[in-house]
Ligand binder design. Structure first.
Ligand SMILES: Nc1ncnc2c1ncn2[C@@H]1O[C@H](COP(=O)(O)OP(=O)(O)O)[C@@H](O)[C@H]1O
Ligand SMILES: [Mg+2]
Length: 263
């Protein structure tokens, strides 16, 4: 049993009079994927903004390695090894793969005023890091990020976070805008990050994607943890119903599927 890298203890968040998160307690462990499930507006983004230093809890405690550790800024979170990858990979379409990998931390050659961006080295390191994640199709660091598929961009952003020492990887709906093949690709990368011992927080409203990678699940409804369970403890139908707040979504889905099969 490993100890949690990141934990939230009784976290509440209000924006003025609006209570968005209620009494959230969650733990994220090394080598584990925690799936955060919930419908639109459930508070998922607000919760990960608290984990990544963008928002401060109104009350409650954030712990890192078992010690209370406020995260007053995104930089503070990043210094603790917490990396967030947003839906579109957060990269710049007109930058090369090598450039975008090192944006802000460019390797240089030469000295003092003669220091220049070392393109070859940046490209070599970026391509190697990405290929180590199994994305062998990326072999030229000069290619523009804009020419990559959505899944490849996500993968590049994840490989980058891992390369620079992330311990906690937060992925906000990484598969939401992707087709089946691309999504599978990203799910493979998530498994690889987990295999390397990272703690992954995977936000999604797609139950199948969650079930493909999750070790632990938390369902958020109207800002509260409505259910918290481990892999294998609930079926796909039960999870879908939970997300719909108890309404029998699974039976509705089955009905729609059978109607479509007949059409
Ligand atoms: N800065 C804010 N000020 C006021 N209300 C907010 C703010 N950010 C989010 N909310 C509200 O919090 C609720 C949860 O939003 P969000 O965390 O984005 O949900 P999700 O990511 O699950 O769709 C929504 O009702 C939203 O309107
Ligand atoms: Mg959101």
């Amino acid at each position: 049993m490993s100890n949690p890298i990141l934990a939230l203890r009784a976290v509440n968040k209000s924006f003025g009079p609006i209570d968005v998160l209620h009494d959230i307690t969650l733990e994220v462990k090394a080598g584990e994927v925690l799936c955060l499930l919930g419908d639109n507006g459930a508070g998922k983004s607000t919760l990960i903004k608290i984990m990544s230093g963008v928002h401060q809890p109104s009350s409650g405690v954030i712990e890192i390695d078992g010690v209370a550790c406020p995260l007053p800024s995104p930089r503070a979170a990043s210094e603790q090894g917490i990396a967030t990858v947003h839906q579109f990979g957060g990269t710049f379409p007109l930058m090369s793969i090598g450039r975008s990998f090192f944006v802000g931390v460019e390797p240089t050659k030469g000295w003092g005023p003669f220091k220049v961006y070392d393109r070859r080295r940046a490209n070599a390191i970026a391509v190697k890091a990405v290929q180590e994640f199994g994305i062998t199709r990326i072999d030229d660091g000069d290619r523009l990020v804009g020419g990559l598929s959505g899944g490849e961009r996500q993968s590049l952003a994840i490989a980058r976070a891992v390369h620079f020492g992330a311990r906690v990887l937060i992925l906000d709906e990484p598969t939401a805008a992707l087709g089946v093949k691309q999504a599978t690709h990203v799910l493979r990368i998530v498994n690889e990050a987990k295999r390397r011992g990272l703690a992954v927080v995977f936000i999604t409203h797609q139950v199948m994607h969650a079930m493909a990678v999750g070790d632990h699940f938390a369902v958020l409804i109207r800002g509260a943890v409505a259910a918290d369970f481990k892999k294998g403890e609930k079926t796909r139908e039960e999870i879908t119903d939970l997300m719909a707040g108890g309404a029998s979504m699974a039976s509705l889905e089955a009905e729609i599927e059978s109607q479509m099969a007949q059409a």
